[in-house]
Design a protein around this ligand. Structure first.
Ligand code: F6P
Length: 342
């Protein structure tokens, strides 16, 4: 077979592990030829690619990022997008594509499949917000980075009797905030799923001080928002998939908490540090298993499907199901941990 591979959306640790696994199995077990499209859907639309071989993918397993490059190009932003994708496949005599991405990249893959393109999906995102899979690779690595940062911020917060606000990624789902906050023993965790009341946040901090703890850690997902009318927030510009560029809630919380409580407060924005660098062992293994399943799925002509983790097994699910809605933190789960705050 001749298969195209692409990585789209925000990069994430483990992408190279998927590429390597796909190439290894495709070449050694199936004698396939592989083309790696550059910068996600942009490479498919513009026909920019490189050949992927065992030689060209050697040594990439522990490397963060993606050797193919990534972009947030949306093929459906242009009228002839689906047609261009079809033409690229035909020109290079490709049997199909393996698209490695999150909700946007796989959302486009799902639409393309409905428009007649042979495509298999592999789920990735540090946000862990894709449906139809228990977890996405990249999340575990981001969680480790965020938890280590919280541990480090704890000691300096304690030395200076300060409130430290840590802004982590997660625009629609608070998985990184919740799990890193729990792992790092945060005193307040704010997630997009539950708009927060700034009075309650300050109340938790004051209660902690009244109990003799003069420092606090507040972990906020970048998509956390105050309850309407309680605190002013600013909106960011939109990307090709219509998502606002976030970032800024940390600084806003810093100002508000200090103003309302009188306690010295500082904010740290972890940003893209969470997405960079080498993947954890868990993410490398998960990415490898998904890559192997994806190339098998292509050979079984399971177009329109996505490799997913269910319990401990890798299974195939419909791409359309995976992108039907964002997987958010259930509120009852979030509330269960409220006893640990303040
Ligand atoms: O989708 C993954 C993610 O890391 C989000 O958590 C974050 O909001 C977004 O990407 C940032 O995107 P960009 O790198 O394009 O600014």
């Amino acid at each position: 077979m001749r298969i195209g591979v692409l990585t789209g959306g925000g990069d994430c640790p483990g992408l190279n592990a998927v590429i390597r696994a796909v190439v290894r199995k495709a070449v050694d077990a199936y004698d396939d030829q592989l083309l790696g499209f550059e910068d996600g859907w942009r490479g498919v639309l513009e026909g920019s690619f490189r050949e992927l071989t065992i030689e060209s993918t050697r040594g990439i397993l522990p490397r963060g990022g993606t050797i193919l490059g990534s972009s947030r190009t949306n093929p459906y932003k242009r009228e002839d997008g689906a047609q261009l994708v079809q033409e690229t496949l035909a020109r290079h005599e490709l049997d199909g594509l393996i698209a490695i991405g999150g909700e946007d990249t796989l959302g486009a893959a799902s639409r393309l499949h409905a428009d007649g393109v042979n495509v298999i999906g592999v789920p990735k995102t540090i946000d862990n917000d894709l449906g139809a899979t228990d977890v996405t690779f990249g999340f575990d690595t981001a969680l480790h980075v965020a938890t280590e940062a919280i541990d480090r911020l704890h000691t300096t917060a304690e030395s200076h009797n300060r409130i430290l606000v840590v802004e982590v990624m997660g625009r629609n789902a608070g998985w990184i905030a919740l799990h890193s906050g729990l792992a790092g023993g945060a005193d307040v965790i704010l997630i997009p799923e539950q708009p927060f009341d700034i009075d309650e946040v300050c109340g938790l901090i004051r209660r902690r001080h009244a109990r003799g703890r003069y420092f606090s850690i507040v972990v906020a997902a970048e998509g956390a928002t105050p309850k309407e009318g309680t605190m002013a927030v600013s909106a960011g510009e939109l990307d090709e998939f219509g998502h606002p560029r976030l970032g800024g809630i940390g600084q806003q919380l810093e100002r508000e908490i200090e103003r309302r409580t009188g306690f010295e407060t500082r904010a740290t924005v972890l940003g893209h540090v969470q997405r960079g660098g080498t993947p954890t062992a868990f993410d490398r293994v998960l990415a490898t298993r998904l890559g192997l399943a994806a190339i098998d799925a292509a050979h079984e002509q399971q177009w329109g499907m996505m490799a997913a983790l269910h319990n401990t097994q890798i299974e195939l699910v419909a791409l359309a199901d995976a992108v039907a809605e964002v997987r958010r933190v259930p509120l009852e789960e979030y509330r269960r941990y409220g006893v640990l705050f303040g």
